[in-house]
Unconditional design. Structure first.
Length: 74
């Protein structure tokens, strides 16, 4: 697992970096999701956003572990 990301001279935990990226992606996907009819049928639409955030965070972490092993990590 990638433990740290070296970005512009700053070391940060990889989980923090991928979590922030996932949150930004969910923020930009919020408007298209609200236009879907599925969004109106849900009991609590925020659960869909939370599930999307968790899935994106996991997916970004798995992608980084597999393909970005030596690019950002030190």
């Amino acid at each position: 697992m990638i433990e740290e990301i070296h970005l512009l001279g700053v070391y940060m935990p990889a989980a923090l970096g991928w979590g922030v990226l996932a949150a930004v992606l969910v923020h930009f996907l919020r408007a298209p999701l609200q236009r879907l009819p599925l969004h109106k049928l849900l009991w609590h639409p925020a659960l869909l956003e939370l599930a999307l955030f968790v899935a994106l965070w996991w997916g970004l972490s798995a992608f980084a572990d597999t393909f970005l092993q030596g690019w950002f990590a030190s």
